[in-house]
Ligand binder design. Structure first.
Ligand SMILES: CC(=O)N[C@H]1[C@@H](OP(=O)(O)OP(=O)(O)OC[C@H]2O[C@@H](n3ccc(=O)[nH]c3=O)[C@H](O)[C@@H]2O)O[C@H](CO)[C@@H](O)[C@@H]1O[C@H](C)C(=O)N[C@@H](C)C(=O)N[C@H](CCC(=O)O)C(=O)O
Ligand SMILES: Nc1ncnc2c1ncn2[C@@H]1O[C@H](COP(=O)(O)OP(=O)(O)OP(=O)(O)O)[C@@H](O)[C@H]1O
Length: 508
C-alpha cells in the first residue's frame, strides 16, 4: 500500500525533525517511489537531497522525471509549486522514511549486527555458514548476508559497495529478505553506519563486538579515537543480546557498555568467558581449537588460515549459541567456510614458497597477521607487498610501515586507492617509517608487476604477503574508481609461473 505525503510529513514531525514545509494542498498524494539518487526511478516519489557532493541540478532532474516532493535540509527554491519538507537532519530522517516506505520490514526479521575494527566480514560469513548448515537441515531458506564482500537478501546476490549500505538501501534489502521468506539477516555494522544514522531504529537480536583499535581517523571519517570507539559502542543501544570478545583491547569498557543490551554472552581465550576457546593448535596447515561452554565441550577446525580467525569463529559460535543452534552445525559450518580475499593461500610446494592474499590494511590486522604468520610458518622469511590509501586513515602510513618493516625481509610498496594523492608520495611517507626499523623497500608503480616480481624473486622458504585489497577488482585514482585485476589474479599468475619454471628445470 502506498502511504500519503501527509503520513510521511506526520512521521517526520513526530520525530521532531521538521523545520519547515509546504505541501501545496497535495497532502493526500500517494507516494510511489523513494530515492536519493536522481539516476534511479523517481516517478511519483519522494526525492531525498543529501550528501556533501549534492547539487541542485540533481533535484531539478528528479522533479523533471516525476518526483512529487523533496525532503531536504535546504530550501532549493524551485520554480513552480513543488511540495517540500525541510528537516533539521537529513541523515536522521532517511531511516525513518525508508522504514515506513518499505513497510517496516526489519520487524519481520531477526537481525544479527557485527561491529569491530577487524573481522566483521569473516565473522558474518562464519555466521552464514553455521546458520545455513542448520537451516538447510530444517528445510528452511538460508540466512541473509550484508557483508563488505557480498549482499544476499533472498532476491539479489551482488558484490557489495559499502560495509553497511545507506539506510534506504538497507530497508529495500530487508523488504526483499522478508518477502522471499528469509527469517534471519547477518550484517556488518560499520562505525560510520552507526555515526551517520544508517542503522537507526533497527533492533539487533544479537550485536557482536569483536575488537577495537585505532583506525578511520581523518576529516571524512572520525575526528579521534573516542569518536570512533563511542560510535561502535552505540550498537548496544539497539541490541537485545550482546556478544563481546573479552580478549579485545578495552574489553572492560566494552563489557560495561554492553549493559545497555538486555543480556551479554562473552567469548574469548583468556579469563572466564561464557564461550571459552582453548587448546589452539596448528597442524599440517590446519587450525584446530576446543570450545567449552555450559552446553558443550567440542573440537573445531577452520578451513581458513590465520590464528586471528579463531576470534571470529568464537564470535560466530557465541551467536549460534544465543540462537540455540546445535553444536554439530557450528562444527560443520566452520570446517568448510572460506572468505574471498581473506587469507587466500597459493603455494609452490617444490620451492616452499607460499603467497597469501589478505585484506589486512590497518594496525590491528597487520599486527595479528604478522604474528600469525610467524607462528604458522616457522623458519620462513617474509616478503610483503602493500600500500596505503589516499585522503584517509593517515596513521596507517606510520603503523603499517613500522609493523611490516619490522617483520619483512623486503617490502614492495604499491598503490592502494591513492585517490587524489600521489601513490609514490604515499609510499615515501611509509618508507620513512621502514627506515626506522631498517627494512629494504622499493616503490613499484604497477601493483601487478610488484606482485609478480615479489613471487619471482622470492628465495625458497618464503611467505609473500600481498596485503590490503583482498579480492577487490578496482583502484581509485583521482575521484574515479577504475577496474583493476585483483591481487588473487596476479598471485595465481606469479605462482603459476614459478611452478612452470620448476617443471622446466626438472625436465632439463
Ligand atoms: C558519510 C557517509 O555516509 N558518506 C556516504 C554518503 O555520502 P554523501 O551522503 O556525502 O553523498 P555523496 O557521495 O556526497 O553524494 C551526494 C548525493 O548526490 C546524489 N547524486 C549524485 C549524482 C547524480 O547524478 N545524482 C544524484 O542524485 C547521490 O545519490 C548522493 O545521495 O553516501 C554515499 C552513497 O550514497 C557514500 O558513498 C558515502 O560513503 C563515503 C564515500 C565512504 O566511503 N564512506 C566510508 C568512509 C564508509 O562509510 N565506510 C564504511 C566502512 C568502514 C570500515 O571499513 O569499517 C562503510 O560502511 O562502508
Ligand atoms: N579478529 C581479527 N582481529 C584482527 N585482525 C583480523 C581479524 N579478523 C580478520 N583480521 C584481519 O583483517 C582483515 C580483514 O578481515 P575482515 O574483512 O573480516 O574484517 P572487516 O572488519 O570486515 O574489515 P573492513 O572493516 O576493512 O571491511 C583480514 O584479511 C585479516 O588480515
Amino acid at each position: 500500500m502506498n502511504h500519503t505525503l501527509r503520513q510521511y510529513f506526520v512521521l517526520l514531525k513526530n520525530a521532531g525533525l521538521v523545520k519547515d514545509y509546504e505541501l501545496y494542498g497535495r497532502e493526500e498524494l500517494a507516494v510511489k517511489n523513494m530515492t536519493y539518487d536522481s539516476k534511479r526511478p523517481v516517478e511519483g516519489g519522494i526525492f531525498i537531497c543529501k550528501g556533501q557532493n549534492f547539487k541542485k541540478e540533481y533535484l531539478q532532474d528528479a522533479v523533471m522525471r516525476g518526483a512529487v516532493c523533496y525532503v531536504s535540509e535546504n530550501d532549493y527554491e524551485l520554480e513552480g509549486q513543488v511540495p517540500y519538507i525541510l528537516v533539521k537532519d537529513i541523515r536522521k530522517a532517511m531511516p525513518i522514511l525508508g522504514n515506513f516506505f518499505y513497510g517496516e520490514p526489519s520487524k519481520e526479521l531477526s537481525l544479527i549486527g557485527i561491529t569491530g575494527t577487524k573481522g566483521k566480514t569473516t565473522t558474518a560469513h562464519y555466521i552464514q555458514a553455521i546458520f545455513n548448515e542448520y537451516l538447510d537441515d530444517c528445510g528452511e531458506k538460508g540466512i541473509g548476508l550484508f557483508s563488505s564482500v557480498t549482499t544476499y537478501d533472498g532476491v539479489e546476490k551482488t558484490p557489495s559497495l559499502m560495509t553497511t549500505p545507506e539506510s534506504l538501501e538497507l530497508q529495500r534489502h530487508f523488504r526483499n529478505a522478508a518477502d522471499s521468506g528469509l527469517r534471519y539477516v547477518a550484517m556488518e555494522v560499520s562505525s560510520q553506519a552507526l555515526k551517520y544514522h544508517r542503522v537507526d531504529n533497527l533492533t539487533y537480536d544479537v550485536g557482536v563486538f569483536l575488537n577495537i583499535s585505532e583506525d578511520h581517523i581523518s576529516p571524512c571519517e572520525h575526528e579521534d579515537f573516542e569518536d570512533y570507539f563511542s560510535s561502535k559502542l552505540s550498537i548496544f543501544k539497539q541490541t537485545k543480546t550482546a556478544c563481546v570478545n573479552t580478549d579485545s583491547a578495552n574489553a572492560d569498557r566494552i563489557v560495561k557498555a554492553a549493559r545497555l543490551a538486555h543480556e551479554t554472552v562473552t567469548f574469548g581465550t583468556t579469563g572466564n568467558p561464557d564461550i571459552y576457546g582453548y587448546n589452539i593448535q596448528t597442524h599440517n596447515g590446519q587450525i584446530s581449537f576446543h570450545v567449552k561452554c555450559d552446553r558443550f565441550n567440542k573440537t573445531f577446525r577452520l578451513a581458513m588460515h590465520g590464528l586471528f580467525n579463531i576470534e571470529n569463529a568464537l564470535a560466530a559460535i557465541a551467536t549460534a549459541y544465543v540462537y540455540k543452534i546445535p553444536v554439530k552445525y557450528m562444527v560443520a559450518g566452520l570446517a568448510n567456510v572460506k572468505v574471498d580475499g581473506r587469507m587466500e593461500q597459493y603455494t609452490c610446494e617444490e620451492e616452499r614458497i607460499t603467497a597469501i592474499v589478505d585484506y589486512a590494511h590497518n594496525r590491528l590486522s597487520f599486527e595479528r597477521l604478522f604474528d600469525s604468520v610467524l607462528i604458522e610458518y616457522p623458519g620462513y622469511k617474509i616478503v610483503s607487498v602493500f600500500g596505503c590509501p589516499g585522503g584517509k586513515a593517515y596513521n596507517r602510513r606510520r603503523d603499517l610501515g613500522l609493523i611490516a618493516g619490522l617483520f619483512s625481509k623486503q617490502v614492495y610498496l604499491v598503490a592502494d586507492d591513492p585517490g587524489t594523492e600521489n601513490a609514490r608520495a604515499i609510499a615515501d611517507e611509509i618508507g620513512k617509517y621502514m627506515d626506522i626499523v631498517g627494512c629494504p623497500y622499493e616503490f613499484v608503480d604497477d601493483r601487478g608487476e610488484a606482485i609478480r616480481r615479489a613471487i619471482a624473486e622470492a628465495d625458497e622458504n618464503t611467505v609473500v604477503l600481498v596485503l590490503g585489497k583482498g579480492n577487490e577488482g578496482h583502484q581509485k585514482y583521482g575521484d574515479l574508481t577504475y577496474p583493476y585485476p585483483s591481487d588473487s589474479e596476479f598471485v595465481k599468475q606469479g605462482i603459476g609461473q614459478r611452478k612452470k619454471n620448476v617443471r622446466v628445470q626438472v625436465a632439463l
